[in-house]
Write a protein that binds this ligand. Structure first.
Ligand code: OAD
Length: 248
């Protein structure tokens, strides 16, 4: 018997029956694409201090240092491609059009895999925002000339991501809350589920069955209907062949 076959069968049933599923995903989803996670072995927050790199105060103090770190991350992400987990999520959306994917990842790999019904809860690494006029633009250069200036007003630009201590953009939050409140299945994939407000979203759907796929346990594990201790790409890869599976 293949590894996780029983869990895959249970997963297939839950995913196939759902009419309004939502997935909440984190850095672990891109781990198999070679993008480092934040916590856990090899995690970025093991060797970097978040308050020196990912807060508005850090950017005010030293925009160059913050941009250099983002340039390093851009370099890593530029070499990464979607893995089977990204591809399965994009295929699931084609199968169940109401499916909403809420990602904490800023790497843009879901878009590359074809996901469209997507909330990038913490923004996107390839977006640059002017701190003076607020204008956002896509900039895929690696590295970005540091620190970048706004082509419209000359203001200092920052990464278009959400830092610690900042609010989640109103639309992203409202869309996520509405979808979770109405969902009939919650997939929680590759996230440590400790960073709020994302970590609190499952509380809005106490009745929805929750499926977790993560090699480690998380605060949501006790509530999970199905908890699979597996790398999510490896777990979902065989399900990609189910493309013709009927929903419901
Ligand atoms: P974390 O780094 O906190 O957690 C990554 C999770 O992925 C851990 O629970 C790992 O066990 C799990 N994991 C590792 N490899 C995996 C794999 N192959 N398959 C499945 N799971 C795997 O990342 P997030 O939960 O995304 O925020 O962190 C949330 C937020 O904290 C990030 O968006 C970022 C960070 O600070 C901001 O920068 C605002």
């Amino acid at each position: 018997m293949n590894r996780w076959e029983a869990e895959r069968e249970a997963f297939r049933k839950l995913a196939g029956a759902a009419r309004a599923p939502v997935a909440i995903v984190g850095a672990g989803l891109s781990a198999e694409s070679g993008v480092p996670t934040f916590r856990g072995p090899g995690g970025l927050w093991r060797s970097h201090r978040p308050e020196e790199l990912a807060t508005p105060g850090a950017f005010q103090r030293d925009p160059r240092l913050v941009w250099e770190w983002y340039n390093w991350r851009r370099g890593r992400v530029a070499q990464a491609t979607p893995n089977p987990a990204h591809r399965w999520l994009a295929a699931y959306e084609r199968q169940v059009p109401s499916f909403l994917l809420i990602t904490q990842n800023v790497d843009g790999l879901h878009g590359l895999a074809g996901s469209r019904n997507l909330v990038e809860f913490h923004g996107n690494l390839w977006v640059v925002r002017c701190t003076r006029c607020g204008r956002e633009r896509e900039d895929r250069s690696v590295p970005v000339p540091v620190p970048p200036r706004c082509p419209d007003c000359g203001g200092l630009c920052r990464p278009g991501v959400v830092w610690f201590g900042e609010a989640i953009p109103r639309d992203a939050l409202a869309r996520s809350i509405a979808a979770v409140q109405a969902c009939d299945l919650l997939l929680v994939l590759g996230t440590s589920a400790v960073v709020h407000p994302v970590a609190g979203l499952p509380d809005l759907a106490p009745e929805a069955p929750l499926v977790e796929i993560n090699p480690a346990s998380t605060p949501l594990t006790p509530r999970a209907r199905l908890s699979v201790r597996a790398p999510v790409g490896e777990f979902l890869a065989p399900l990609l062949a189910d493309g013709t599976e009927e929903n419901g």
